[in-house]
Design a protein around this ligand. Structure first.
Ligand code: UD1
Length: 429
């Protein structure tokens, strides 16, 4: 429940990147040895990922809220069952990681946010280019290979997931793999850095072409995950939309360039420092047009949050979705709050209104849920948001962080599927 209308003011510390953590946890399978990973966000998707890797036989120790030791030396299974895979998209990274580790993977079709059709043909094409046999039967993907061999993979479109999955398989393949038309997101670079610390030979991550020379063995390492670009962006927009003044700390400002640029276009001041950005808003934001694209373009995962801000901007804005077929389902919820938005195919035309009104709304998915939180913070009156477990998939301690910034937000009912169940830390085991 949010009582809206409060300016956000103060400091917020950003957690580790969800999408990097979700690639790095399965990547620990590639080494026999102990990996100590810091800055893992305390979110539901991480808990699910830890459940899966434990199910495969890994030993997982939680040293403190955000640090884990994972030892996959003696895994006992190469199968991710349906009930686990279905809960999240990133479960499919176990295909690439298990293929690389043991030449065999059986993973049920992944779940995740519903943005329309989410095919995995490019992942399969990549595994096949490395010599794996891949089949999908009864919604289970089976991949196997006696010996993975380096190969050339040219992706027909830029896919974050396919780039990561093929990297995971290729680091242990024999010979050189070249991935062309690769995704360039910051978490691709983070994964490459982690793999290289484990003894892999990955070059070019962050560009269109990634070259991977397979190595015979890899070892454990200590690593710290980069800050979450989208979590940071969400707090920046929340500050901007509420006319606030917020220091967003523990970030890599370069990763926020496309987000900062759009805020500046909307009349918001964004000052960059070494590892923080200071966001200062002066009254209502101004209209701006956005088109989502692969990195370094504007991230699709920030699109719903900007829509919530632009709903109260001066003037008419257009958001064009360039990645997903169906990512405007949340608009229906904003309309309930008095927004004026028209969706035409893959574009939303947002006519700014002077204010939103609190209403009961629903989180349709993770980022749509974040947009509802921003709308609720801005709105006059009370907003209640249902299905907040979807928001907690990807935002660590969102209630605590917003409350510290002056928001009036509280949890009024726990949901059945307890997303906040705690993985005990070693000291309390
Ligand atoms: C990841 C993010 C997600 C983000 C998206 C784009 C994770 C866990 N999720 O999703 O939050 O919105 O990147 O930044 O990191 N496609 C195909 N065939 C494939 C793979 C993808 O056609 O085999 C298409 C998709 O339908 C989509 C586009 O490629 O239209 C981009 O998808 P992709 O980059 O793969 O997104 P995800 O990795 O699933």
């Amino acid at each position: 429940m949010i009582h809206g209308g409060k300016r956000l003011v103060g400091n917020v510390d950003i957690s580790g990147a969800k999408n990097a953590a979700l690639a790095i946890i399965p990547a620990t399978l590639l080494a026999k040895g102990l990996c100590r990973v810091e800055n893992i966000p305390d979110i539901r998707d991480v808990r699910l990922m830890m459940d899966i890797i434990r199910h495969l036989g890994a030993s997982v120790r939680r040293l403190n809220t955000n640090t884990y030791e994972i030892d996959t030396t003696s895994i006992t299974s190469h199968t991710v069952p349906d009930a686990m895979a279905r809960k999240m998209r990133a479960s499919y990274y176990f295909i690439g990681a298990l293929l690389g580790r043991s030449g065999r993977a059986e993973v049920a079709m992944p779940g995740g946010c519903n943005f329309g059709v989410r095919p995995i043909d490019q992942h399969i094409k990549g595994f096949e280019a490395l010599g794996a046999r891949v089949k999908t039967e009864n919604a289970v993907i089976t991949a196997s290979s006696r010996e993975l061999l380096g190969g050339s993979v040219y992706f027909d479109l830029v896919s974050v997931g396919a780039t990561i999955n093929v990297m995971l398989a290729a680091v242990r393949a024999k010979g050189m793999t070249i991935i062309e038309n690769a995704a360039k997101e910051p978490h691709i670079v983070d994964l490459a850095n982690f793999l290289n610390l484990m003894g892999a030979d990955v070059r070019g991550a962050g560009t269109d072409v990634i070259k991977i020379r397979g190595v015979e063995s890899m070892h454990g390492c200590d690593y710290s995950i980069i800050p979450d670009q989208i979590e940071a962006g969400t707090y920046m927009v929340a500050a901007a939309a509420t006319g606030g003044d917020v220091w967003v700390r523990n970030v890599i400002p370069k990763h926020l360039d496309s987000i900062s640029a759009k805020l500046v276009e909307s009349g918001i001041d964004v000052e960059e420092y070494d590892d923080s950005v200071h966001v200062i808003a002066h009254g209502r934001p101004l209209k701006c047009n956005i088109k989502t694209m692969p990195h370094p373009g504007f991230p699709t995962d920030m699109q719903p949050q900007f829509a919530a801000m632009l709903a109260i901007a001066e003037g008419t804005s257009i958001i064009s979705e360039g990645i997903w077929d169906n990512r405007f389902r949340y608009v229906e919820q904003l309309l309930r709050m008095g927004a004026s938005i028209q969706v035409e195919g893959k574009a939303a035309i947002i006519e700014g209104v002077p204010f939103l009104k609190g209403a009961p709304v629903r989180a349709d998915d993770l980022r749509a849920g974040a947009a509802m939180v921003i709308a609720g913070l801005v709105a006059r009156g009370t907003t209640t948001i249902e299905d907040i477990h979807l928001i907690e998939r990807g935002y660590e301690n969102i209630l605590g962080k917003l409350t510290a910034l002056g928001a009036d937000i509280s949890r009024i009912q726990d949901e059945d599927d307890d997303p906040n169940r705690v993985i005990p830390m070693v000291s309390s085991l």
